[in-house]
Design a protein around this ligand. Structure first.
Ligand code: SF4
Length: 302
């Protein structure tokens, strides 16, 4: 296929998937001021890029304001983002906070810095959102981040817990959204090449990337290559939870469960093999203005 056509299809797919996540979770409404967190990595560049495209064609008005937190890591090229954003003509704010020195001072040499670093970053971004009057905070996590988190939480946290597409922040004041929740990482890698984003690495501080997350990421990529469809099914499973077939007693009243004496079409056939469920249909997202132009319903996959 010719490259231009392939890139055009990729752009359409990205817009469709981001639009679909926005509609499914009612992430953006008329009048919203969305603070788009920009780290300088491929994911957040792509998020801003796609949101700008959707904003241009959405029938509702909402504002975008890009925010970067300059954490003062040595060698951080502080001119890159302001130059890029000025060229794009996007409203932006650069928040300068030397969290690098704090993290270096507090964490013993040789230990990974990322957990404290991201905790500090989160607190600062929540504050900035309030100061800018943002009604939503958009983060660039994608489908593979969500699946990695699911597996990491199972392996190391003993919890069946992923990464929500929309949540109220722990300080109770902010709504955080992940518009790229449906987007596979490989599409973002490709899109970053197509758009030639001026990527800034997140390892300027010399910290090791989370090794476990890296390994789980590799595992998912291997599966994707060997068993096409497995990743999509795992992701669909997150939207298709059956509490009566798990073991969380707070979600299903096993203790009080009794025979009803009545046959039910939907009842479990305890001794039968469970057939594979068909893929979930795309949600109708009725009444959401993004449906009108930004979203093309899908018929297969998740
Ligand atoms: S790699 Fe460095 S900048 Fe990135 S989260 Fe970890 S400590 Fe923070």
């Amino acid at each position: 296929m010719n490259i231009e056509l392939e890139n055009h299809k990729l752009e359409k797919r990205l817009c469709r998937e981001v639009g679909r996540a926005i509609v499914d979770h009612n992430m953006i409404e008329a009048g919203d001021r969305v603070m788009v967190c920009l780290s300088g990595g491929k994911d957040s560049y792509a998020m801003l890029d796609i949101l700008l495209k959707l904003q241009a064609r959405a029938p509702v008005d909402f504002e975008l304001i890009a925010v970067n937190l300059d954490q003062k890591q040595p060698g951080f090229p502080e001119h890159v983002l302001p130059e890029y954003l000025t060229k794009l003509g996007v409203k932006f704010h650069i928040e300068n906070q030397d969290t690098y020195s704090i993290v270096k001072r507090v964490i013993p040499e040789g230990k990974t810095l990322c957990s404290l670093c991201s905790r500090l970053r989160r607190g600062i971004l929540y504050r900035v959102a309030g100061e800018l009057g943002a009604t939503k905070i958009a983060l660039g996590h994608h489908r593979d981040d969500i699946l990695q988190t699911l597996l990491l939480n199972m392996f190391f946290g003993a919890k069946l817990k992923g990464m929500p597409p929309k949540l109220v922040s722990d300080d109770g004041r902010n709504v955080v959204i992940r518009p790229m929740a449906y987007v596979p990482e490989k599409d973002l890698v490709r899109w970053a090449e197509v758009r030639q984003f001026p990527i800034i690495p997140c390892t300027l501080c010399g910290s090791q990337e989370n090794l476990q997350r890296k390994q789980v990421g590799n595992l998912l990529r291997e599966w994707d290559a060997k068993f096409p469809g497995r990743i999509e099914n795992m992701f669909t499973a997150l939207q298709n939870v059956v509490p009566s077939h798990l073991m969380d007693r707070s979600l299903f009243p096993f203790e009080t469960l009794r025979a009803t004496g009545e046959a039910s079409e939907d009842g479990d056939k305890a001794f039968d093999e469970e057939p594979c469920a068909p893929p979930m249909p795309a949600s109708p997202a009725e009444g959401n203005p993004f449906q009108a132009r930004a979203v093309i319903p899908i018929t297969a996959g998740h």
